[in-house]
Write a new protein. Structure first.
Length: 70
């Protein structure tokens, strides 16, 4: 069974992925750029199935990149 910490990380990553997808969808950027960012999010989602901690780090870097654009 998963530890409580692992379950909390799953919940956090899921919420952050949802937030990031929403931000990318509404980003004022060319369609090609939004498409590339969406692909990055899909890669992070797939990676989370194998290495949740690494996926969380990648997601935080992507969110920081989105924050820098704002």
């Amino acid at each position: 069974m998963e530890s409580d910490g692992q379950l909390e990380l799953y919940e956090t990553v899921a919420a952050r992925l949802k937030e990031a997808h929403s931000r990318v969808r509404t980003l004022d950027a060319p369609e090609s750029e939004r498409t590339a960012l969406t692909r990055q999010l899909l890669v992070i989602t797939a990676a989370a199935k194998h290495d949740l901690a690494a996926a969380a780090r990648r997601l935080e870097r992507l969110i920081a990149e989105l924050d820098a654009r704002s």
